[in-house]
Design a protein around this ligand. Structure first.
Ligand code: 13P
Length: 255
């Protein structure tokens, strides 16, 4: 049985004050909530501060990116070793914003997946199609291609204890989430695609949905059979809304 996982991707938002206040509010909202793994991924400069204020809570620390190199002359980058040292657990890779603005290729993302596994960190591999690809009926082909970059280089076993986040680009930051049925169909496709290589691995991999998840639509999305949690952007910056999403994941797992 898969354990639900909800991660807040804060993206490029916050400051010291917000980090401290938001974590305090989240701890308060989620203090009695069990049955869902929860993490927040603040901007990199605040990871250490966040770790400190998360101390003793069940909320884990995530990060939004990692470099493929472990150390050396790579100005501006952060390594898996540093993220591990600082206490991060879930590392988002391949987010569409990085694929678009930083021209990250499937091959580079597969390398990032490999370094995270090697370091004992949990990759959160983001995949998803653009609006144009969606309208051209290419959703499954795009998702398969993005997963294959990892499957073909590392094998299906690499997906053990990892997370895939299906984030249709047209749903990110638009307020227009995929419908529960749409998302479920793609999640099932992703699981079946991995199952062609290894059924047991496919059965345990966590597949999150991301893209305009909020307090109003979380319950319906999270009750879908193959939706194991959510990668939440803007709603994760509001403690009450994020807590509703987490509680919806707990409830969905009990139904
Ligand atoms: P929004 O929830 O703001 O649409 O962002 C989703 C996302 O990109 C999470 O990684």
């Amino acid at each position: 049985m898969r354990h639900p996982l909800v991660i807040g991707n804060w993206k490029l938002n916050g400051n010291k004050h917000i980090v401290i206040e938001l974590i305090a509010a989240l701890r308060n909202e989620l203090s009695s909530v069990v049955g869902c793994d929860v993490a927040i991924a603040p901007p990199i400069a605040y990871l250490d501060l966040a770790k400190h204020y998360l101390g003793g809570s069940r909320i884990a620390l995530g990060a939004q990116n990692v470099d493929t190199h472990l150390s050396g002359a790579f100005t501006g980058e952060v390594s898996a070793e540093i993220l591990k040292d600082i206490g991060a657990k879930y590392i988002i890779i391949g987010h569409s914003e990085r694929r678009t603005y930083h021209k990250e290729s499937d091959d580079v993302i597969a390398e990032k997946f490999a370094v995270l596994k090697e370091a004992g960190l949990i990759p959160v591999l983001c995949i998803g199609e653009s609006k144009v690809e969606n309208e051209a009926g290419q959703t499954e082909a795009v998702c398969a291609h993005q997963i294959d970059a990892v499957l073909n280089s590392l094998g299906a076993k690499a997906f053990e204890n990892t997370v895939i986040a299906y984030e249709p680009i047209w749903a990110i930051g638009t307020g227009k989430s995929a419908t529960p049925a749409q998302a479920q169909a793609v999640h099932k496709f992703i699981r079946d695609h991995i199952a062609k290589h290894d059924a047991a691995i496919a059965e345990q991999v966590i597949i999150q949905y991301g893209g305009s998840v909020n307090a109003d639509n979380a319950a319906e999305l999270l009750t879908q059979k193959d939706i194991d949690g959510a990668l939440v952007g803007s709603a994760s910056l509001k403690a009450d809304a994020f807590a509703v999403v987490v509680k919806a994941a707990v409830q969905a797992n009990q139904d």
